[in-house]
Design a protein around this ligand. Structure first.
Ligand code: HSE
Length: 382
């Protein structure tokens, strides 16, 4: 199958290299920026790729919603299979892309958009065929995992750790998406679409790692605790779809605590299968390119669908999910919280809440910040 690639950055170069040795696959054209077409296979217009009769599949690794969305729709309408690593695109327009792919009888796969090399969505597609998926989640952002690990094991401060993650090609072009948890949130949105045929589009609870300091990490380390950014998705007992991202404090024996560097850990719980855990590199050139090539190989084997055209947009509801939270806040701002295990350090108060709704903790932190205050919180492992 001949494949054309849109984008020749970190992942695009990796895909082109891997296509040289991938069974049954061959590179046709690569879409590059105007003025960069210095070889015959490089082109600057999507029209040339859509009009190319040899191209059967188009891979998009440019990132961003536009022009990626317009190019994707053009490729699907031209009868090309479409494979992407772009979670922002699929989170925003996956349903339209799935409908367009179905209409034109072609495939639409996006394994590389969620978990890098980890075959999370690939396995989830198979799992939903034979089991009821009770929950999904885990560590789905390589940049923040790399940073938290570097802060803990190498004593780095936040800025140093972010700089190194960027230099290694793990972070998004704008790393705010990584550290704010938005990148991980987009990935759990895709997981929910695959597992539940529902794409959560609002009502999220989102907390990244921007408030964590080197002093916090040292404090956790002294107590034998490890900080990780985890995503959670699933259907509550009353049938509501939940989807949230927040830091968690884990015992060093927890599976997530052993996930180091840029590695991801994707987890799903099947009613019959129980917990399935997949660990691998979640970011970087070759790990991500390997997932793109896996999707192309799936197309060769006739597997064409991850998100169904019937998938619906819904509002997430996190009000039934309860956690106990570790909180570090100015003592003067802590009045509305009942904290146990309190430790006062100058004006800073550290303590642990009773079990409370995820929505309530996130709203409390938003209120403190709205009034100019600072707060760090992390859910506690039970
Ligand atoms: N910036 C993303 C991460 C890249 O760090 O996980 C892979 O999606």
């Amino acid at each position: 199958m001949k494949v054309s690639v849109l984008g020749y950055g970190t992942v695009g170069v990796g895909v082109c290299e891997m296509l040289q040795n991938a069974a049954g696959l061959e590179l046709s054209k690569v879409l590059v920026r105007p003025g960069k077409a210095d070889r015959p296979f490089k082109v600057c217009s999507i029209d040339e790729i859509c009009a190319d009769p040899e191209t059967e599949a188009v891979v998009e690794v440019m990132g961003g919603v536009e022009p990626a969305y317009s190019y994707a729709m053009a490729a699907l309408a031209a009868g090309k299979h479409f494979v992407t690593s772009n979670k922002a695109l699929v989170a925003a327009h996956g349903i339209e892309l799935a409908k367009c792919a179905k209409e034109h009888g072609v495939g639409f796969l996006f394994s590389a958009a969620c978990g890098g090399a980890v075959p999370f969505l690939h396995n989830l597609v198979l799992a939903v065929e034979s089991d009821r998926i009770l929950s999904i989640g885990g560590i789905l952002n390589g940049t923040t995992n790399f940073m938290l690990d570097a802060m803990q094991r190498r004593g780095m401060d936040y800025a140093e750790a972010l700089k190194e993650a960027q230099a290694l090609g793990y972070a998004e072009a704008d790393p705010t998406a990584d550290v704010s948890g938005l990148d991980a949130l987009r990935k759990i949105m895709l997981g929910c679409a695959v597992a539940y045929d529902k794409l959560p589009c609002e009502g999220f609870s989102l907390e990244g790692i921007e408030s964590v300091t080197a002093a916090d990490v040292r404090h956790f380390q002294s107590k034998g605790l490890v900080l990780r950014l985890l995503v959670s998705g699933g259907v509550s007992q009353s049938g509501k779809l939940f989807a949230f991202v927040q830091p968690w404090l884990l015992r060093s024996t927890a599976a997530e605590a052993s996930v180091l560097q840029n590695f991801n850990m994707a987890k799903y719980r099947g009613q019959n299968a129980g917990d399935i855990i997949l660990i691998g590199q979640g970011a970087g050139r070759y790990p991500t390119a390997s997932a793109v090539v896996r999707d192309l190989s799936d197309l060769l084997h006739g597997r064409r669908e991850m998100m169904k055209a019937s998938c619906e947009r819904v509002e997430a509801d996190n009000s039934e999910a309860l956690c106990r939270y570790y909180v570090r806040v100015n003592a003067a701002d802590a009045r509305a919280l009942r904290l146990a295990q309190q430790e006062l350090d100058g004006e800073l108060l550290r303590g642990v809440t009773e079990a409370m709704p995820v929505t309530a903790m996130h709203a409390f932190a938003a209120e403190i910040r709205k009034n100019g205050g600072a707060i760090f919180f992390a859910a506690m492992e039970e």
